[in-house]
Design a protein around this ligand. Structure first.
Ligand SMILES: [Cu+2]
Length: 144
């Protein structure tokens, strides 16, 4: 019985794009500059997000960004939709904290089932402030 259940599950996974680990594992998302930094200057941030399947079935999203203002904090999300059109938050990512050279990395382990449909990775002008504001996006990439 156990074997049959496993076989059925495997067969279902082969037929469904939503069986996500195989679908997103190894995917690389190019992150391009978007809009302006919090000080109003044009964003020079760019980088990459890499999606890596974990042994527990979750997915690690590894974000690496250069060109940030030094020593700044930025909250990020996976949003539903596309960079060009925007869309609601699907997953909150760990913040980027830039070093003295404007480089930052962040690794967030997420529920793979939440990575579905048209989505994009975006980081914002600021960390979440006392007013809850985070500003517009400064770097963005569609997950394709
Ligand atoms: Cu966001």
């Amino acid at each position: 019985m156990k074997h049959l259940e496993k076989f059925v599950l495997a067969a279902l996974c082969l037929g469904l794009a939503a069986c996500a680990p195989a679908a997103v594992d190894g995917k690389k998302v190019a992150l391009s500059s978007l809009n302006a930094f919090a000080d109003g200057s044009a964003s020079t941030a760019k980088g990459e997000a890499t999606l890596v399947a974990q042994t527990d079935g979750k997915t690690k999203i590894i974000v690496s960004v250069t060109g940030l203002t030094k020593n700044t904090k930025h909250i990020g999300h996976v949003h539903n939709g596309a960079c060009a059109a925007g869309g609601p938050v699907a997953i909150v990512l760990l913040r980027l904290e830039s070093d003295a050279n404007g480089n930052a990395t962040a690794e967030t382990t997420v529920d793979t089932a939440k990575l579905t449909g048209s989505q994009y990775v975006q980081y914002h002008q600021r960390d979440v402030g006392a007013d809850g504001g985070i500003g517009g996006g400064i770097v963005c990439g569609d997950i394709k």
